[in-house]
Structure formats: structure tokens, C-alpha cells
Design a protein around this ligand. Structure first.
Ligand code: SF4
Ligand code: FES
Length: 353
């Protein structure tokens, strides 16, 4: 750190690194500045103006998410002017669509709702604008409720700069502005791969997981941290559980290797967990039909058949395939068992192919 780089925020002096914004310096020092359009790790767009601060000698309030910190800068984050500006911006956002929280799936976890509460803004200063675009739900995963969209652009940043899919962008102009796909088609007819990065990035209820709607709000669930089992990448996920059932899945934002990102399977492919058709006991096939068996019975049968093949033919008549969907430790044990117990090197792994 260049020790000469200092600025003053709310009367206290702080160091900053070259390239850091006012917002980054403030957050690093536990100074709260509200944001809506800011998405960590992506280029700031300065779209929402919630993060405005007063900078001495500047002619207007500055968006702290986009304003680089500068030597000897003097910043106020909670001045009367700043608070008034934030309250007006919130009034405008609240009247920009249907921000009634009663039936909103995001209620309790909505950044706009939280800011309205913090700044004591009810949204009745301006006439509420009706959305010109109907809700879109013609895909199995994501509901787009344009009446709740505040056009912060976080979904676009997430799609463009985090997932690098470029499936959505900001389209049209003025009161008709909308988040669009190429040709303004539905998500299912676009380049969208349904990774759900946009759903996780959306600060309000404009993008929500279809399966969880009216079953559970995020704030009603308990997060259970675990590792996704779909492949060997090891993405960190939170299972959001209510009534002992997984209601939705989010990526863990501050953990490697995925830092919040997931693929369509990891984020939305969890219905098998609660499926009544899921096998819960081993099955043994007899006379062409499967019957339920205990683990002891199933393992005894496997041991008997493997021993029979080994003794009647040879160990090399046995081959073992392992999986990327189990842990490294389990894969290690399987190869050890194959080589040391079955006495064959016929062991392979799906991820090698
Ligand atoms: Fe922002 Fe959500 Fe609208 Fe995208 S859909 S612009 S993330 S409010
Ligand atoms: Fe800075 Fe939106 S967070 S302008």
C-alpha cells in the first residue's frame, strides 16, 4: 500500500490503494454506504445513485461505487444532502413499479425493502407507474416479473461479466426500458443457459426461482452449507431448507472455487432430493425383478459375486468405474480396494474420458 494515499471519510483518515473506489475504501473500513446496482467484481455502472456521497469541492453528489478515491479527498457519507438524495431516489424507485411486498417472494430479503425501512420511505410521494410488460414464466426455472424490476442492471452485469454469457442487456428507452434478450425473446428462446446467476444477483423480486415461489421465502429457510454433488468442481452451495425439505439453492458468495456462481444443475436440479421415487434402500434383482434389500445383504451378495469372478476367471475380468460425483477420499478408497483387494488395475474414472 502506498502510505501517502489517504482520504478523509466522515472526519477520519483512511489509506487507499491505487484504483480503489470510495465505496471500496468505506466498506473495507466498515463504513456503511447503501448500494443497489453495485455488484462486487464487476464494472460499476452508477445506475441507481443510492451510493451517492458528498465530496468536498465537487459540484454535485458523487456515486461512490464508481468514483476512484483520490489523495486528500474529503467525503461525507451521511450528510443531510446525501440522505435527502437517497430518500428521493428510493421514492422514485418505489413508485417505478409494483413494490407491494405482500406476495413478493423476495420479501424479507429484498434490498429495496430494507433500504425503504432504513430511510423511512413509504413510496407514496409519486404516482405508482404500471408495468407495461407482463410477467414471464414460460421456462422451468426463472420467473421474470418486470413490474418489480428497478433496472439496476445487476442481472446484466452478472450475465456479462461473471458468467460471460451475454444473454441479456438493457433494451428500449425511457419509460419502456426493459431487460431484454436478443430480439426481446423469452429466456427459453434466448442464449440463456439458466445458470441463475441473475437470480442470485437481483436485489428485488424481479427474478426469482420458479420452484420456490409460494413455497418458501429465503428468509423463512435455514441455510445448510455443503458441496454440490453434480461434478468434480466442488462448488460451494447453501441448501435453503424449510420443513426438512430443500426449497432453493444459492452459491456461497465468499468461497472458492465458485464464489457464488453455479450451473443450471447445481442451482435448480435439486427436486430429486425430495422425490418420493428416490431409492432409499439397496435393490437386488431376482428373476428379472428388483426387490428391496438391507445393506448387509446387498454387500454380501456383491462380495460373493466378485469373489466368484476372481476365482473362476481372473481379477482382470473385473473392471471398476468411479465417479466425479463422489469425493476425492471416496475415489481414493475405491482405487485402493480395486488394486489391493480385487487385485486388478482395471480402474477408471468418468472425468478422465
Ligand atoms: Fe436489477 Fe433484478 Fe431488474 Fe435485473 S431484473 S435490472 S437485477 S431489478
Ligand atoms: Fe453506486 Fe448504484 S451502487 S450508483
Amino acid at each position: 500500500m502506498n502510505v501517502k494515499n489517504t482520504l478523509t471519510i466522515n472526519g477520519n483518515e483512511y489509506h487507499f490503494q491505487d484504483g480503489e473506489t470510495i465505496l471500496e475504501v468505506a466498506r473495507r473500513n466498515h463504513i456503511d454506504i447503501p448500494t443497489l446496482c453495485y455488484l462486487k467484481g464487476t464494472t460499476p455502472t452508477g445506475a441507481c445513485r443510492l451510493c451517492v456521497v458528498e465530496v468536498e469541492k465537487a459540484r454535485s453528489l458523487m456515486a461512490s461505487c464508481a468514483m476512484p478515491a483520490a489523495k486528500n479527498m474529503v467525503v461525507q457519507t451521511e450528510s443531510k444532502k446525501v440522505i435527502q438524495s437517497r430518500r428521493t431516489t428510493l421514492q422514485l424507485l418505489l413508485s417505478s413499479g409494483n413494490h407491494n411486498c405482500l406476495l413478493c417472494p423476495k420479501s424479507g430479503n429484498c434490498e429495496l425493502q430494507n433500504l425503504a425501512y432504513k430511510y423511512q420511505v413509504s413510496g407514496d410521494m409519486f404516482v405508482q407507474r404500471k408495468s407495461v410488460y407482463p410477467m414471464e414464466s414460460v421456462n422451468p426455472f426463472i420467473i421474470r416479473d418486470f413490474s418489480k424490476c428497478i433496472l439496476c442492471g445487476r442481472c446484466v452485469q452478472a450475465c456479462k461479466e461473471v458468467q460471460v454469457n451475454n444473454a441479456i442487456d438493457i433494451g428500449y428507452r425511457g419509460a419502456s426500458t426493459k431487460i431484454v434478450t436478443a430480439g426481446d425473446r423469452t429466456l427459453k428462446d434466448s442464449d440463456c443457459v439458466f445458470c441463475g446467476e441473475c437470480v442470485q444477483a437481483c436485489p428485488v423480486g424481479a427474478l426469482v426461482a420458479k420452484d420456490a415461489r409460494f413455497k418458501a421465502r429465503l428468509c423463512e429457510t435455514e441455510p445448510v452449507r455443503t458441496t454440490c454433488t453434480y461434478c468434480g468442481v466442488g462448488c460451494q452451495i447453501n441448501l435453503h431448507v424449510k420443513n426438512n425439505q430443500v426449497q432453493m439453492i444459492n452459491g456461497v458468495e465468499d468461497a472458492a472455487p465458485n464464489y457464488g456462481s453455479l450451473c443450471v444443475k447445481g442451482r435448480f436440479g435439486y427436486d430429486f432430493i425430495n422425490s418420493p421415487e428416490r431409492l432409499t434402500t439397496p435393490m437386488i434383482k431376482e428373476n428379472g425383478n428388483f426387490r428391496e434389500a438391507s445393506w448387509d445383504e446387498a454387500l454380501d451378495l456383491i462380495a460373493k459375486n466378485l469373489t466368484h469372478i476372481k476365482e473362476t476367471h481372473s481379477p482382470n475380468h473385473i473392471g471398476v468405474l468411479t465417479s466425479a460425483r463422489i469425493t476425492n477420499e471416496e475415489n481414493y478408497v475405491i482405487q485402493k480396494f480395486t488394486r489391493a483387494v480385487l487385485k486388478t488395475n482395471n480402474i477408471d474414472h468418468c472425468a478422465r474420458l
